[in-house]
Design a protein around this ligand. Sequence first.
Ligand code: SF4
Length: 87
Amino acid sequence: MDDANPAGAKCLEDDVIPEGHRGPLIDRCQPSRCGNSIVAPAHLPIWTAERASLNELLATPKLPPNRRALLKDHLSEVDLVIRKAGP
Ligand code: SF4
C-alpha cells in the first residue's frame, strides 16, 4: 500500500482512521477484495486449512443460525482468496 495514495485499500474504506495513523489497518484486512493484497500459491496451505476448519465447524449440528451465517460469510471470503491464489 502506498501511504501517500491509499485509494483502494479496503482496510481503510468507510472506517474511522485513528488520528496520525499511517499505513494499513491489518486487523481490518480484506485480502479477498483488496487490490493491494498478494495471495500467492505459497499461501494456499493456510487458506485451505482455514476452509477445512470452517467446513468442520459448519458440520456441527444445532449451530445457532447467526453463528452459521457468520461462518458461511467467512467461508465465502476464504473461497475468494483461494480462487485469487489459484492458477
Ligand atoms: S491487503 Fe489488507 S492490509 Fe493491505 S491495504 Fe489491502 S486490506 Fe489493507
